[in-house]
Design a protein around this ligand. Structure first.
Ligand code: ZN
Length: 218
């Protein structure tokens, strides 16, 4: 079940894109070889900046921004084939650039690049962001870049170059059939790899056959 979506202008997204050996605090406790949040700045200087994520969203402190209009999704009703890969930090599905978002006080249109998931073990805490201290079992990030940019690596150099839609999930008594293609393809992505060998490491799947529209937080 999808709970809510939040738009992140992800200047700090570079820490994910860099692919360096960063990790979460929970992983630092059991694996001292990775770089935890306290030293993420070592992985990327931008992680020492002032606008960081993930964050804990405290709803009683939220202020309504009247400039925010609904996010407009374009192309998200089309079925497409995508490549799924285990990138070592997450499972990632490449998305066609025909998927676009606008609105939400974004200055221009942004095109999709990929989506990836953050999840916990056995339905436990897994989301990156928290709402009032609550961590959700899973969080999906759909990463978009400004139309004028040609790649994610180029877009992260632009402070407003990347826009990420974040979706929180919780367990439900009924399955979400729209995720069957991704779940089935996970069997082929158990090992991380940066290889471009599509045949042996990627699985094609059809997903998002209907819109991913969920209520906006504001
Ligand atoms: Zn993410």
């Amino acid at each position: 079940m999808q709970l809510a979506t939040v738009l992140f202008l992800a200047a700090s997204f570079v820490k994910f894109a860099s692919g360096a050996d960063w990790c979460y605090q929970s992983q630092v406790a059991c694996n001292h070889t990775c770089t935890g949040p306290d030293t993420w700045g070592v992985v990327s200087q931008q992680c020492n900046g002032g606008a960081q994520s993930p964050i804990n969203i405290v709803t009683r402190k939220l202020l309504l921004d009247e400039r925010l209009s609904p996010i407009q999704l374009t192309g998200y009703q089309e079925v497409f084939n995508g490549h799924l890969i285990n990138n070592g930090h997450s499972v990632q599905l490449d998305l066609p650039s025909s998927l676009k978002i606008s609105g939400g006080n974004l200055a221009t249109k942004y095109k999709a690049v990929q989506l990836h998931l953050h999840w916990g073990r056995d339905g436990g805490s897994g989301s990156e962001h928290l709402i009032d201290g609550e961590q959700f079992p899973m969080e999906m990030h759909i990463v978009h870049i400004k139309e004028e940019h040609n790649s994610l690596s180029q877009a992260v150099k632009d402070r407003a170059g990347v826009a990420v839609l974040g979706f929180f999930f919780q367990e439900s008594g009924s399955s979400n059939k729209k995720f069957d293609s991704i779940i089935n393809a996970l069997n082929f992505t158990t090992q991380p790899s940066k290889s471009n060998n599509i045949v042996s490491l990627y699985s094609s799947c059809k997903v998002l056959s209907s819109p991913l529209v969920v209520p906006a937080l504001g």
